[in-house]
Design a protein around this ligand. Structure first.
Ligand SMILES: Cc1cc2nc3c(=O)[nH]c(=O)nc-3n(C[C@H](O)[C@H](O)[C@H](O)COP(=O)(O)O)c2cc1C
Length: 359
């Protein structure tokens, strides 16, 4: 009830200014318990996936808390998990502003942020300074990427450096190879490139596991713009290289659903309602091929409870939200959990009870 008022004010501001302003006030609001009041009750609905227990299946997608500076405050809305990042080894400014656009009639966003972040050293310091979310049972995913100035042939160096830096502080690590806003990044999803990257990360993780005596799950985040035919071999490569989960999907470069709208032609990744159907399709393609070999985290265009149920029915066992959180507000978390609970589509063990049949 409170969010529509806040939204009417925030939507008058430039989107990135609104984002910064909201995050800067969030810790204060959380300190007074206001975030809980705004979000309402979020039921417990435990899900086992990647060897972890999630208190509910709804998480915050990567990109909102790029520097991991607001985990506890965001966590107090009731998310089951938060994925902080994408973080790169070295700090970088990202693309020139403006780089974030609202497509209000379509309930979409276009962003070309370009991994603006303070670098992994400050990121880890922020994670270590916040303990409340994890102490309350929240799962923390840390999402890693490569610096814009690192040539794509040396991408593994950046991902391995990121993995080493965040390893001890993550419940799981997400490997982002699907942002459209870093030159050539999505080429890492190609068969040869992916094989080399995954082999390198598997070796690095084995070393870290030996050194620290703890195996941290790795999830790979993929794009919605892959050809359907590319998805089965990609899924097989993830399984073959001991990856623990797949996050589908990142933003899309397609514009067919937003043609003619203001900002539709801006360069970047489109998220929100116009992405929903394709993201669900990709979840379904993965699920039909994987047959339970890997858990799928479904993300893209979840704007209401029914959209979360749709992702689970398609084969996801966890979901994430970003644009829906901006448009619908924190109440969306509880609405999604309740809708999933009411639809009785989750087995609780990381496997959806029913998967959608091939169309
Ligand atoms: C402003 C913005 C920044 C984002 N930054 C990242 C990022 O840094 N890393 C990443 O993996 N995904 C990033 N994403 C993608 C989201 O995590 C998510 O995959 C995508 O927006 C689809 O979900 P949605 O429709 O619920 O927003 C970003 C999305 C937006 C809107």
């Amino acid at each position: 009830m409170l969010y529509p008022l806040a939204r009417s004010v925030l939507f008058r501001l430039d989107p990135e200014v609104a984002h910064e302003l909201t995050l800067s006030k969030l810790d204060f609001a959380a300190g007074f318990g206001l975030t809980r009041i705004v979000a309402g009750r979020v039921p417990e609905l435990p899900v086992q996936a990647m060897g972890l227990t999630f208190r509910n299946p709804v998480g915050l997608a990567a990109g909102m808390d790029k520097n991991a500076a607001h985990i506890d405050a965001l966590g107090s809305f009731g998310f089951g998990h938060i994925e902080a990042g994408t973080v790169t080894p070295r700090p970088q400014p990202g693309n020139p502003k403006p780089r974030l656009f609202r497509l209000v009639p379509a309930e979409g966003l276009i962003n070309r942020m370009g991994f603006n972040n303070d670098g992994v050293e400050r990121f880890v310091a922020h994670v270590r300074a916040q303990k409340r979310f994890r102490a309350a049972g929240g799962i923390l995913g840390l999402n890693i990427g490569k610096n814009a100035t690192t040539p794509i042939e040396r991408a593994l160096n950046d991902y391995a450096a990121g993995l080493r830096a965040v390893y001890l502080d993550a419940d799981y690590v997400a490997v982002n190879i699907s942002s459209p806003n870093t030159k050539d990044l999505r080429a890492l999803q190609g068969e040869r490139e992916l094989g080399a990257l995954l082999r390198g990360l598997r070796d690095e993780r084995r070393r870290l596991e030996d050194e620290h005596g703890r195996r941290v799950p790795l999830a790979v985040k993929i794009a919605p713009d892959l050809d359907d035919d590319a998805i089965p071999p990609l899924a097989d490569a993830l399984v073959a290289h001991d990856v623990d989960g797949v996050i589908a999907t990142n933003t899309t470069i397609a514009r067919d659903r937003v043609q003619g709208l203001a900002h539709a032609e801006e360069t970047g990744g489109l998220s929100g309602r116009p992405l929903r159907e394709r993201a669900t399709e990709v979840v379904g393609l993965l699920a039909r091929h994987l047959k339970g070999r890997l858990p799928i985290i479904g993300v893209g265009g979840i704007m209401e409870g029914a959209d979360a149920v749709e992702k689970i029915r398609a084969g996801a066992c966890l979901v994430q939200i970003y644009t829906g959180f901006i448009f619908s507000g924190p109440e969306l978390i509880g609405q999604c959990v309740e809708a999933i609970q009411a639809a009785n589509v989750l087995s609780g063990t990381g496997r959806p009870r029913r998967t959608q049949r091939a169309a």
